[in-house]
Design a binder for this molecule. Sequence first.
Ligand code: PEP
Length: 249
Amino acid sequence: MRSKIVAGNWKMNKNLMETEALLSELSAKLPDTDAEVMVAPTFVNLGVAVRHLESSVIEVIAQNMHFAPSGAFTGEISGDMLMSIGVDTVIVGHSERRAYFGETDEILSKKVAAALEKNMRVLFCFGEELEERKSGNHFKVVEEQLKKALFTLDSKSWNQIVLAYEPVWAIGTGETASPEQAQEMHAFIRNTITQAYDSGIANKVSILYGGSVKPNNAKEIFSKPDVDGGLIGGAALVADDFAAIIKAI
Ligand code: PEP
C-alpha cells in the first residue's frame, strides 16, 4: 500500500522563536493518524526543528538542496549537510524555485540524482501554469517535466521518490484544482509512469496534491483514489489548520 503523506512547506516564513512556537503547538494538536507528517522549515531552523521533534512522529524535511556534494557554491546547502543533521528528505522542483531561481529541468534532474546518491528521499514537485492549462497543454507539460527530471532513474530509485502535483495557478492563490481535476491529473501521472516503467512502480509511488489545500477542501481532495495526500503551503503555518488537514486524511 502507498504511504499517505501530509507535508507542510513553510517557505521563507517563521524565525527561530516562531518556529519553536509553531512546532510546540503543532505537536500538541497533532491528531492520531497513519499518514506520514512532515514539516519543512527554513534551512537555518532545520537543526532546531530536528531536536525539537526528536521524540515526535513529525519528520523534518528540507525545502531545497544543491546538486554538488560540496565546494564553491556560496549560500548553498548540500545533501551531505542535511543528512548530517538528520534530515533525509528534500523537496526538489518547487514552482517557486523554478520561477524565481531559474531551476530548469536539467538542474532538477541533477538535484534528484544527488539526493538519491546520498540515499535521501525526494519530494518532487511539478505542475502546469495557468496559460498551459487554458491552452489544453497541461498533460503534455506535466509529462515533459516528469520525463526530463525522473524518467532516467532506474526502477529501484523510485522507492525514494514522492511526487507532488502542484498546478502553479493554484499555489498561494486561494484557487484550488477541483477534486476531479486533481484526480484526473494524478491518474494521468500514474498512467505515464506505467508506460515508462510498469504498473508496480506507478501504483507504489505516493502522489500528493498541492495548491491552496485548506481545512475546508482537504477531505474532498484526499478522498480521490489517486491522491495520496498533500503538500501544504499557507495552511501549514497555522497549527489548527495543518492539524485539521492531517485529520482530513
Ligand atoms: C506550496 O507552496 O507548495 C503550496 C501548495 O502552497 P499553498 O498551499 O499556499 O497554495
